[in-house]
Design a protein around this ligand. Structure first.
Ligand code: PGA
Length: 252
């Protein structure tokens, strides 16, 4: 484990009503108590953000949105701005999740604009990247992730660069039960950190948190977190159940 604070995020996607979200967060905090050496981030659907913000009171817990728009306001039916997310208490925004890229047509340009908007409001982006199975099989993993990385952080300052959270999520491992092996995940994380050092500098690259996502479960969390360049986790399915998510945040 690196000395920086690990970050474990629950990406609930389109699951949980407001009342279900509240029950989960109350139960989780009651069972875990304050988190000293790791940060737990909950990303509920937009509808539950405000309510969850009102009950997130343990030290070490924070709130994230799953998406945002890059404009401040305007005629963008169905969209939510970063200013709106900040006001309800979000500290983080997940940007460029592969489901957004694949199902909703998000491009690298949109993702770069979202990262810039998140920073304009003083929030921190959790920037997702990862290759599909055909891309991995064609030997394009590094090429794809470096493009996702480089395009997403284009134009940010070095101060902002030091705050970014990078989430490596191989698309073939999301929701499939197929996890990247700890060695596969480490290989890409190590590569991304080197590229980040080349884009900014080594100190900044060592300072940022790189989290892994894709079928993280109670039985693989410890091995993943033992890798030197894995500084946290972005958890989908296994974050929906209190007992399972609690075990994940209590990785050893
Ligand atoms: P999963 O999702 O843990 O269900 O694979 C991870 C994610 O999409 O962030």
């Amino acid at each position: 484990m690196n000395s920086k604070t690990a970050l474990v995020a629950a990406n609930w996607k389109m699951y949980k009503t407001v009342s279900e979200a509240l029950r989960f967060v109350e139960d989780l905090q009651a069972q875990t108590g304050p988190c000293e050496d790791r940060e737990v981030v909950i990303a509920p659907p937009f509808t539950a953000l405000s309510a969850v913000a009102g009950v997130l009171r343990q030290k070490g817990f924070a709130l994230a949105a799953q998406n945002c728009h890059w404009e401040e306001q305007g005629a963008f039916t169905g969209e939510v701005s970063v200013g709106m997310l900040r006001e309800v208490g979000c500290g983080y925004v997940v940007v460029g999740h592969s489901e957004r890229r694949q199902l909703f047509g998000e491009t690298d340009d949109m993702i770069r604009n979202k990262v810039a908007a998140v920073f304009r409001h003083g929030l921190i982006p959790i920037v997702c990247m990862g290759e599909t199975l055909p891309q991995r099989e064609a030997g394009q993993t590094f090429e794809v992730v470096v493009r996702h990385l480089t395009r997403a952080v284009e134009g940010i300052s070095s101060d902002q660069a030091g705050q970014v959270v990078i989430a490596y999520e191989p698309v073939w491992a999301i929701g499939t039960g197929k996890t990247a092996s700890p060695a596969q995940a480490q290989e890409v994380h190590g590569f991304l950190r080197e590229r980040y050092a080349a884009l900014f500098d080594k100190t900044i690259a060592n300072q940022i948190r790189m989290v892994y996502g894709g079928s993280v479960k109670t039985d693989n969390v410890d091995a993943l977190m033992a890798q030197p360049d894995i500084d946290g986790l972005l958890v989908g399915g296994a974050s929906l159940d209190v007992a399972s998510f609690r075990r994940i945040i209590q990785y050893q």
